[in-house]
Structure formats: structure tokens, C-alpha cells
Design a binder for this molecule. Structure first.
Ligand SMILES: C[S@@+](CC[C@H](N)C(=O)[O-])C[C@H]1O[C@@H](n2cnc3c(N)ncnc32)[C@H](O)[C@@H]1O
Length: 214
């Protein structure tokens, strides 16, 4: 961004480089807000169904929930596939405290995942990549930890609907092609689609799902 534009608009979140500890503190504080950061999700919600459908049978598979919050998605996967090894990672330890005890948790940032390359069968990030600030690195990290043939789902918001909701200063929404391009650096099958909460309700354009296979 040109300096005079940055003066007016304050630059993008990346350019302002919000410190990670500030983002962590904000989510630590938000963990008590069950209305906006719920610990459970109705498993019939299409966001959950899409992940389950795309991944298929997860018995004996290793799955990473990236930016898991209170683990509402991991909870459903664990109930459906008790033999799956699910790891739930989040920046906020206060959020992680809500994750059910039978799910392994890990405190860390998605821009530097503390896992070996090619060590997960599947990974997903639901409304968390929008907070990663360094989006390119976070997408690269999610692809890195996937085994060849491993599957990734990212569910996040559409940049064309920016302004519809109140957002913290570091949050970023995405254009379809933008994340597809980042995913195509490491994945062979990459697709995106509009989704809504319910399969039989026409998507209104706010939510997008990106599906990729390494
Ligand atoms: C809107 S919540 C979504 C949580 C969960 N995925 C869900 O759908 O319930 C965003 C989560 O991303 C986490 N987060 C933000 N930045 C992160 C980062 N750099 N690395 C890992 N997690 C992060 C926050 O702590 C928060 O729990």
C-alpha cells in the first residue's frame, strides 16, 4: 500500500503486524463468551457435514483441528469416530480448556505448527484462518503437516461480503481464487464453494469452503 493511502486507511492487518500476544489475549478474554464462541455445534449444520463427508471414514486416522477454539467440531468428530486421533490446536489456552478431555490439545500458532511434516491424514480450519494475519504461511503450514493424499478443509468468510459483521482489526476475509491459489502451491485437487448452515438453504455468499487434497 502506498504510504499516503496507509495514512488514511491504516494499512492492511499484515502491514500493521498486530502482535500475536494481542490476538491471543483477545481470544483468552472471549473464551467466557459462550454465545459468540460456543463449545458445541449442532452436528446437522452443513459446515460439520461437509467436513465429515469430505474426509470419509476417520477410524484410525490422525486429524488436526487448526484454531479449534473450544473444540466444537473436534467434539463431533470424536463422537462419530472414537478411534480417530484428533489433535485440537489453538492460540488461546483459555479456549483450549473447554475441549473435551479425550481430545488431545496443543497450544500454538497456525503460522508455525509444532508437528512433523506429512504427519496428519486430514486437517481443517473453521473460521480461524481469518485471524492468522500471515495467511500465506498458515496455509503453507496446514499443507506441510498433511501426508501425501491427505485432505484439508478451510471454512471461512467471503471478502466480497466484508463489512457485514463486526471484526477485530487483524481479521481478514478471502476471495475464492486467493485461497485456491495458495492451496495449489502444495495440493493437487483444489476446489471452493459457497455454503450455508443448512444443506437445503441457498448460500447467501457469506461462507465459503475450500477443499484440497495433497
Ligand atoms: C472464531 S474462533 C473459531 C474457533 C473454532 N474453529 C470454531 O469454529 O468453533 C477463532 C479461533 O482461532 C484461534 N486463533 C486465532 N489466531 C490463531 C493462530 N494464529 N493460531 C491458532 N489459532 C488461532 C482463536 O484463539 C480462536 O479460538
Amino acid at each position: 500500500m502506498k504510504p499516503w493511502l496507509r495514512k488514511i486507511f491504516g494499512g492492511s492487518s499484515t502491514e500493521r503486524s498486530i502482535p500475536l500476544h494481542q490476538i491471543r489475549r483477545s481470544f483468552d478474554e472471549a473464551a467466557g463468551d459462550e454465545e459468540h464462541f460456543p463449545a458445541t455445534i449442532d452436528p446437522r449444520i452443513y459446515h460439520v457435514q461437509l467436513i465429515l463427508d469430505y474426509f470419509g471414514d476417520l477410524s484410525g486416522k490422525r486429524i488436526l483441528d487448526v484454531g479449534c477454539g473450544k473444540g466444537r467440531f473436534a467434539r463431533v468428530l470424536n463422537q462419530r469416530y472414537p478411534a480417530a486421533q484428533i489433535v485440537a490446536l489453538d492460540l488461546s489456552e483459555a479456549m483450549l480448556r473447554f475441549v473435551p478431555a479425550q481430545i488431545n490439545t496443543c497450544s500454538g500458532t497456525m503460522t508455525s505448527l509444532p508437528f512433523a511434516s506429512a504427519s496428519f491424514d486430514c486437517a481443517y480450519a473453521t473460521e480461524s484462518l481469518e485471524h492468522a494475519v500471515d495467511i500465506s504461511t498458515a496455509v503453507g503450514e496446514m499443507c506441510r503437516i498433511l501426508k501425501p493424499g491427505g485432505k484439508l478443509v478451510i471454512i471461512d468468510k467471503n471478502a466480497e461480503h466484508w463489512g457485514r459483521l463486526k471484526t477485530p482489526e487483524w481479521e481478514k476475509w478471502f476471495r475464492r481464487e486467493e485461497l485456491e491459489k495458495l492451496l495449489k502451491r502444495d495440493c493437487r485437487d483444489v476446489a471452493s464453494r459457497f455454503i450455508s448452515y443448512w444443506e437445503d438453504v441457498e448460500p447467501d455468499g457469506l461462507f465459503l469452503a475450500w477443499l484440497a487434497q495433497k
